[in-house]
Design a protein around this ligand. Sequence first.
Ligand SMILES: Nc1ncnc2c1ncn2[C@@H]1O[C@H](COP(=O)(O)OP(=O)(O)OP(=O)(O)O)[C@@H](O)[C@H]1O
Length: 618
Amino acid sequence: MKNARTPSTDAPLTWKQRLNALRNLPRFFGLVWQTSPGIMLANGILRIARSAIPVSTLYVGKLIIDQVVLLLRNGGGATAGGSTSAMTWLWELVAIEFGLALFSDGLMRVINLMDSLLGEKFANFTSVKIMEHAASLDLDQFEDTTFYDKLERARQQTTGRTVLLSQVLGQVQDLISMGFLAVGLMTFNPWLILLLLVAVVPAFLGESYFNDRSYTLMRAQTAERRELDYLRYLGASDETAKEVKLFSLSRFLIDRFQALSDKFYIDSRSLAIQRSTWGTVFSLLGSLGYYSAYVVIILRAVHGQLSIGDLTFLAGSFRQLRSLLEGILTRFTSVSQGAIYLQDLFEFFEIKPRITRVAHPRPFPKPIREGFTFEDVGFRYLHSERWANRHLSFTLRPGERLALVGENGAGKTTLIKLLTRLYDPTEGRILLDGVDLREYDPDEVRRQVGVIFQDYLRYQMTMAQNIAVGNILHKEDRQLIETSAEKSLANLLAERLPGRYDQELGRRFRQGVELSGGEWQKIALARAYMRDAQLLILDEPTAALDARAEYEVFQRFSELTKGRTAVLISHRFSTVRMADRILVLDKGEMVEMGSHEELLEKDGRYAELFHLQAQGYR
Ligand SMILES: Nc1ncnc2c1ncn2[C@@H]1O[C@H](COP(=O)(O)OP(=O)(O)OP(=O)(O)O)[C@@H](O)[C@H]1O
């Protein structure tokens, strides 16, 4: 991650940082171009056409006034001889101005339409890209809060980037308009340009200063804003309602929400007040500059150096130039602001997964011959001092059923995550058939392993889809889905549901049916049977099942995993004893390994835990 390029959260942005951020724009437009080259090109051409309109309109206006003055001087349009052609010319000019106004209006509408179409396409395009990139990253990157903030900022600004798009395009258009107007103004009096700058530059500097401060504020609040979203979710979601009600948490949550949002309000209020005060001062300065220029122009007109048409043209040009320049400078700060936000997006795209595919991965062994060997494996979570696993050395033999036993936090789930390459070991290595697991394609490893974690997801989808997620490539294979359900006993549930396998589950959308914890678990278990995996891993798969269901599930599991390697984590010894071997973990380290009988005979930690549980049943 290139954190060095990200401005720090407490210092306002320097000009250099602003200009640096502009370097993101070409890449941004590259992406926009990728989204829709046709609309982008048409948009550019129309904007160039539109930028010539202000100066043209003013010039035609000048010609009209001069023509009227000429006609008046010649005794009035109706009476003067030879004035018919002058009148015709006058009406032609009016028609041209009218045409220009219509054309300008039409162009603006088409441009706005294109901006919004392009913006929407781009927002969808980046959202998809963000999702795709997020999918390629490692689990531990998601568990890192700085990463999460970055992802959140990248995600939140999808709509902001749509605005940036029209701002940058508008900027280019206005710059060209200004060029035309400035040429006109300078041919009359170059000093007027100087007055213009005096009128506008302070406003610009003020604007950029306050933009810096609001960006800094926004950035400093990222983590708290995330908390605000979380509180909002806790306070009003179907998943949390039960507990929030029972524990009467709503007041506690609302107060916390209120305190946080009040803090945001106070911070933003003082900034908004300062901004508005200074804004008034700068705008006064601007008016002063404008009226000084106006006086210069009027004096020259009175002395006969300028025609009345010139006067209106120049005054109009000056007024328009001022508002364009102001617009451009103000927009510059928000464009560079937007460009800095883009940095968040690009930095997010630059985060690379560490668990990568080697250039020439080895084919996954079919069948596995020697098994998985842990060689002094240790693992520490990011930012954690403690080792979640340490000094693990053992072999998971092919065809063996291994149970992992240990108290809460002993490192059982972590060991599974290492085995499935969700993480790579911090030290030591894991071999599969004598070759480092990192030499295989991680996707292939995950395909060959069927794993159900204790915190499996309850998808708010149909029952069939809930099972199919175990092997999404076969989502249409009804036969496979139904046999998997039979293996996990979820088929009995399907028979009871009104919509059978097509029944929507969960209450979030449509007419879903909510299930009990054990029912959900059977569905999750079916996912493991969806793939013809060589290694099956169940992490506390039966915790929510009743005694009979648990017995049946394990009877089946034993039959179904015959000849396949299986790892189970369970706190129930009735389940654990079915395994061929048991690995006992304590504080991340292996303390014992052996069959149920061997370990009882040894009378060590396993025997102690076993007797403790058995006592509870006596
Ligand atoms: N994502 C994480 N980030 C940081 N630390 C973690 C993370 N997940 C687990 N830990 C820590 O690692 C240690 C081992 O956790 P693990 O989930 O492997 O235990 P476990 O044996 O599966 O526990 P349980 O029986 O409660 O499921 C714990 O001390 C836990 O606090």
